[in-house]
Design a protein around this ligand. Sequence first.
Ligand code: PFF
Length: 448
Amino acid sequence: MKRDSFGSRFGALVALAGSAVGLGNLWRFPYLVGENGGAAFIIVYILLSFLICLPIFISEFVVGRRSQRNAYSSFRDLSGGTWWKYVGVMTIIVPLIVTSYYSVIGGWSVQYLLKSLTFSFTIGETQSQMSSMFSEYVSSPWLPLIGHTIFLGISVLVVGAGIKGGIEKFSKIMMPLLFVIVLGIAIYSMLLPGASEGLDYLFKPDFSKLTAKSCAAALGQAFFSLSIGFGTIMTYASYVDKKENILFQSTATAVSDLAFALIAGMAIMPAVFAFGLDPQSGPGLVFETLPFVFSQMPAGGAVAILFFLALLVAAITSSISMVEVGVAYLVEEKGLSRFWACLIVFCLCWSAGTLCSLSFGPLSDLKIFDMTIFDFLDYTSSNVLMTLGSLLTVLFVGWRLKKTDIYDEFTNGGSLRLNVRIFGVLWFLIRYIAPVAVLMIFIFGIIG
Ligand code: PFF
């Protein structure tokens, strides 16, 4: 049977950008920028994204498109069946773990979208009331599980509909919508009185805040944001046509991801500062601070609906890319139909996600290395496994595969002039610079 694939250049691009643009852009990037020196941090982030992460992204792309197989088979087949296949196993397992807890947060967005549709944030509660509403909600046993089930269910249904008919179609509609919504909120938010303080927080360069630790944070964020080290880019790349230009697709994804993160920052921070609030990172920013902001601003009810819709869409387009990794493996390696593969991935991620969700409430006392189940899975996958996955992928491409094969894949058999010209630089970055840099953040991430 012919393997499914993306039907167009734009389709492949929005799917890749959909994987990259997610919760990482909306709730972590704006805060990290403000905390670590504004424009100074952005400059470092851009340099690291393009010098270190883009070569790794391209490495994953090359492997996936060369083999035209799922991530596990790519490692196994291209390495001639050696121990590298175990790295392939890892690239299948990690996205399953990340999907499990990502879906819990996705579920919160479902719930908050429903809350905003019933105008729950317009009744002028205080910020501490908003915070306790959030903590009551996440620690209750049932409600978050409903959100988690709906979120994961939608993701698996999209993947179940196939590459062209599911993932591509969904991304083609949702990504432009997402862009328009976030841009609209950014414009609105920058027009609020007192918004300029938020822009200062984001963009005013303060080089004294740039430390080795903040550089490590920038690199870690760029990894997560570009979805590298998880087998997702590899899997999506395996559905990209051989005629497409890998350099163009990869660079366009990285640029969109960056643009999105910046626009998200401009949507969130000016509004937070306009109401005299302190920005927080992660769930606190999105589910405690922003609902309060929405309850105060003119037309806040409508902005809340749009914001939580955007958050949900961004999270789903990322989670489908992770679900596809496991589904592709089960279909191609285990010979299952797409239906059964989706069902198995759903059951695995639902069960693990349920434990994560309960770890905010009934299971909050269950600790692994002093962390709740949610924190443990988040920490090990984002700080350890993702970095390890990226390091091994870049070593695989730079030191195990043949340079001529990489050249051939990257330049479409020598036919793309610009790619031919820059191949030398790319090869150097892949072979020497990226592994050393990744190793450095790996060590920094572990010793904290
Ligand atoms: N890039 C996504 C974000 O910024 O939220 C997260 C993500 C998606 C990570 C897919 C890894 C992945 F495979």
